[in-house]
Design a protein around this ligand. Structure first.
Ligand code: G4P
Length: 535
């Protein structure tokens, strides 16, 4: 008998590994795939990193992004579970892709470099996790290097990431005297051998840290370990899964990804404690994964950069029921029925056609332009999944048409590219000006190139002196009207027609927030509750 939907849900863990570039995300991903048997040798994962490429060489970047389609989702089996690991781009300029991918996972593993500690991108990623109370496990990596003191690192994580922490493993020394980790969860010791290919096998159970065996194994580091463990057990509350599942507390593991050390402990604990697919809010109600009817949403769209094949792959996260090949589903925004002949899955890094998919799974749908980020498919019911907001871009430029004969192509091109999530488009009503917002300079080059090669439109960009977009609303029409008049040049509409104020600086924004207490300034596009959106 085939597994029930509830059994399918319980088998699944859908998560992402996130980090500031260079902390070790790619390396850790590779080790997980090795444990899952999805790859056989180290070095098999194509490095999805773009950091070492000059900004002007964006064709190379797009080529690398092409490679990353295959690694966008890496499904593998571990123990009796099916793990869906969603990849996120390492390059800062593609941060928004990462934020959106986080809307499709049920938990994350956050990698921190023990030498560098909490870095800027780590903080921003954590803010996004906090918006949805996503459960987070922290992996402090590179313990084979002379890094910061583990206690200090824990304090920094708590302070900068504003989350309670609870170490579940503890390093015995670090850098060139790194001995191994003590697993506080299972009370066992694993000794370190620097080895990039093998898996550290030797696990020594130590029920009593006073045992002389500990001194025999780690020499004079034993005393320090005893003191550290006593301190940890005194300072930190007992481990409980509930605060973790509610996104209030992060268990912490120490290790060295490149040496495959401390990774298996974390993976074993991860599969035990990480949540399986949970109910998700929509514009009308919460949808439970075990509802029999299928629903899902698109969180990422990948375009084919070959102009001869202008097809795209829309990545859909299944949220409830069973997705089936060649079955008509309702595209709730377009109010149109669509079916998919060749939906793709990504088991063991190979794209293959899938017949059925379950909550937590990601399927790749070939698309000729029907989808934009956030679109929902159902078996007929009308709702939109929520929790897929736009964030404020950081760089703003006006799109200027260089060829008046091609303005239709330009309009169509920029609309499709922004549907894919390459950038955000804001329209200033006065003069119908188009302002494009991104998180990195790279996207402007990508847009210009793609508009020319895929749509035959020529454009240039003029820098705008904005630094932040805020979605505004108010019950006080008079005040809002006054603000609109005074700020006429800086008020635009986003893709959904919502009103946005573009602030020239954080200072100005703070001033306006003080001057206009009647107006609410939102920092993401999704601020209405389900009821309000309906009303
Ligand atoms: P990222 O995806 O987060 O950007 O990081 P990635 O895994 O690519 O790792 C960044 C660098 O850190 C790599 O070195 C990698 O080998 C190294 N690294 C990862 N884990 C550890 C660890 O536990 N200890 C030490 N000492 N280094 C680690 P690279 O020189 O940039 O690349 P490569 O030539 O080694 O591939």
């Amino acid at each position: 008998m085939s597994a029930t939907i509830q059994q399918q849900i319980e088998r699944r863990r859908t998560f992402a590994i996130i980090s500031h570039p260079d902390a070790g995300k790619t390396t850790l991903t590779e080790k997980f795939l090795l444990f899952g048997g999805a790859i056989q040798t180290a070095g098999a994962v194509k490095n999805n990193k773009i950091t070492k490429t000059a900004a002007s060489d964006f064709m190379e970047i797009e080529r690398q992004r092409g490679i990353s389609v295959a690694t966008s989702v890496m499904a593998f089996h571990y123990k009796d579970l099916l793990i869906n690991l969603l990849d996120t781009p390492g390059h800062k300029d593609f941060a928004e892709d990462t934020y959106r991918t986080l809307t499709a996972v049920d938990s994350v593993i956050l990698v921190i470099d023990c030498v560098k500690g909490v870095e800027p991108q780590t903080e921003r990623l954590m803010e996004v996790c906090r918006m949805r109370n996503t459960p987070v496990i922290v992996f402090i990596n590179k313990m084979d290097l002379e890094g910061r003191d583990p206690m200090d690192l824990l304090d920094e994580v708590e302070a900068k990431l504003d989350i309670q922490v609870r170490p579940l493993s503890w390093p015995i020394s670090q850098g060139h005297t790194f001995q191994g980790v003590y697993n506080l969860y299972e009370k066992s010791l694993r000794l370190f051998q620097a080895d990039k290919t093998k898996v550290a096998k030797e696990v020594i159970a130590i029920d009593d840290l006073e045992d002389q065996a500990l001194d025999d194994l780690v020499g004079n580091h034993a005393t320090q370990l005893r003191e550290d463990v006593e301190l940890i057990e005194g300072v930190y509350e007992d481990w409980e899964p509930q605060p973790y599942l509610e996104g209030r507390m992060a268990p912490v593991f120490f290790g060295s990804a490149v040496n495959n050390f401390g990774v298996q402990e974390m993976l074993d604990t991860f599969v035990e404690i990480a949540p399986n697919p949970r109910p998700r809010p929509t514009s009308t109600r919460d949808v439970a994964p075990n509802e029999p009817k299928f629903s899902g949403f698109v969180f990422k769209i990948h375009a084919n950069i070959d102009p001869k094949h202008r097809d795209r792959i829309a990545f859909l996260r299944v949220c409830s029921g069973t997705f089936k090949r060649n079955t008509f589903y309702q595209h709730t925004r377009l109010e149109k029925k669509l079916k998919f002949a060749n939906p793709a899955t990504f088991l063991a890094q190979e794209k293959s056609v899938v017949e059925e998919a379950w909550p937590g799974d990601v399927v790749g749908l070939y698309d000729t332009g029907n989808f934009k980020i956030g679109d929902t498919l159902t078996e007929g019911e009308t709702f939109q999944f929520r929790g897929i907001p736009s964030f404020s871009p950081e760089i703003f430029k006006e799109l200027v048409n260089k060829d008046p004969m091609k303005s239709k192509q330009l309009d169509k091109g920029i609309e499709q590219l922004t549907d894919e999530g390459v950038a955000q488009l804001f329209i200033r009503e006065a003069g119908n000006r188009k302002i494009v917002g991104t998180v990195g300079e790279l996207q402007f080059e990508v847009i210009q190139y793609r508009l020319e090669h895929e749509y035959g439109a020529a454009c240039e960009f003029q820098a705008k002196p904005y630094s932040k977009a805020c979605w505004i609303e108010s019950d006080n029409e008079a005040k809002l009207g006054e603000f609109r008049r005074i700020k006429a040049n800086d008020i635009v509409r986003d893709k959904d027609g919502l009103e946005v104020y573009l602030a020239p600086s954080q200072f100005m924004l703070t001033m306006e927030i003080q001057n206009y207490p009647e107006i609410t300034f939102h920092f993401t596009s999704e601020f209405k509750t389900a009821q309000e959106a309906q009303g």
